[in-house]
Design a binder for this molecule. Sequence first.
Ligand SMILES: Nc1ncnc2c1ncn2[C@@H]1O[C@H](COP(=O)(O)OP(=O)(O)O)[C@@H](O)[C@H]1O
Ligand SMILES: [Mg+2]
Length: 209
Amino acid sequence: MTGRFISFEGIDGAGKSTHIQAVADWFRARGADVQLSREPGGTPLAETLRDIVLSQPMGSLTEVLLMFAGRRDHVETIIKPALAAGRTLLCDRFTDASFAYQGGGRGLPLAVLEPLADWVQEGTEPELTLWFDLPAGQAAARRVGREVGSREADRIEQLDLEFFERVRAGYAARAAKAPGRIVRIDASGTVEQVGAQVLAVLSARYPAC
Ligand SMILES: Nc1ncnc2c1ncn2[C@@H]1O[C@H](COP(=O)(O)OP(=O)(O)O)[C@@H](O)[C@H]1O
Ligand SMILES: [Mg+2]
């Protein structure tokens, strides 16, 4: 049995968490056994690494190595078993985020990122990636709304608009290389407008569902 692996990507505040639930509901309504996960994190070890990465100062190469260390644990202990059990695994961020944040944002070269991705994933790749694309300024405004009364922004969320525009460009470059897998969602509209685009993609991809 082989499940479905679908990832959700985009800069902080773009709408991933808002829409992942609706996608889960869509698949559940069609009888799928849905499992949600997230990166960085998704396992006890990877969540510990996430806390370290998001709170402690470190160089870009250290950051990406910790991200991929967590990803390896996540792939081995959560993603592969879920797919082997035939589940629909919805993941809030995966490897594209490393290419966007540590590649586009931090400036690490593809010569560093591509071998890490190959070693860590060993062919485990999302079949569909929904990329929520939003200008950095609009995403920052949405984050302000979300963070009122909740936790403080973490080490990466505190970076400036130029950083997030580079991350956004990193996602665009990644999407250009994988046009069949990565689908751009214009995340600038209302929740309803964005949700309609997401459902249109699902209906087109999974007509028999
Ligand atoms: N289309 C939208 N229009 C306005 N606000 C939105 C929209 N989508 C999400 N939000 C709000 O913006 C904030 C960030 O959305 P969220 O889904 O948490 O983004 P992400 O998970 O990509 O960081 C949340 O407060 C959410 O309620
Ligand atoms: Mg989120």
